[in-house]
Design a protein around this ligand. Sequence first.
Ligand code: FMN
Ligand code: SF4
Ligand code: SF4
Length: 275
Amino acid sequence: MKNNYSDVQVSPKGNQTTKITIFYFSGTGNSLWAARALARELGNTELISMVDWDINQRNIDSQLIGLVFPVHIWGVPKRVLEFLDQLQAMSPDYIFAVANNAGQVSNTLVQLHKVMKSKGLVLSSGWSIVMPSNYIPWGGPGSSEKQNELFAAARIKISDIVQEINRRVKKPVEKGPLWQRIVFTWLYKLSFPHVPEMDRKFWVDDRCNQCGLCVQLCPKKNITMLGEKLVWENHCEQCLACIQWCPQEALQYGKKTPAYSRYHHPEIKVKDLMK
Ligand SMILES: Cc1cc2nc3c(=O)[nH]c(=O)nc-3n(C[C@H](O)[C@H](O)[C@H](O)COP(=O)(O)O)c2cc1C
Ligand code: SF4
Ligand code: SF4
């Protein structure tokens, strides 16, 4: 079973009286970890996966809503853009976003702000959190020392974000340097229409034992097992959950991934993404 709207956790630790809902999207757990940390510090917070959320099945009346997700190809993932239509049916006073990335948030939060505005929604604040990279086609996540440094910095940043949310701070969203926003926004626009077919580069080596985890985990139901063969159906969202969580490390992407370490956030288990 994959993520759905019943993946709900209410955090007891913070001192919020306002009811908060955080919607998250996460391939390898960084965004789920950040969402959980925010929820713990804010208190009175419900965590809901964007995957399979269906407004028709449950009404959300929270006055404060957060969106927590990864940066994909220097912009907002399609899943999050599509989720905004669901957000239109809610009427919160304050919406914040946290874009998890590997150091290049670029124009992501500005893009989100603009798209939301075009839908009559207001993004009150938006923060970038730098985490280890899960983009395995370009390499591994870095040494465990480097990862721990990033997690420590992320914890501090999350505490700062919580203070600002508690004060309902409204301010311009965080963004990368101008050169990054110009060059990479152009690349995002070029790449975005082709993301669904980027799964053509997946292949499986002989360590695959047909356990089916990748099939179950895919948020887009994009992987089918035909006999002993795995088939990608060209509806990919490039979350990279399938390749990163394969227990046999049998799943590959392009030529270089056999040499690269797999990554998922160390405090997130695969079952956390499959509730
Ligand atoms: C398809 C894809 C594209 C990515 N593009 C970027 C990017 O443009 N900038 C960046 O800093 N990180 C990028 N990343 C890295 C992720 O944003 C980062 O590792 C994030 O923390 C992953 O969060 P998750 O574990 O919740 O999926 C990309 C990752 C993927 C899978
Ligand atoms: S998760 Fe890995 S081992 Fe399991 S079916 Fe998929 S590729 Fe094969
Ligand atoms: S095929 Fe893999 S990368 Fe594509 S959406 Fe499914 S799990 Fe994510």
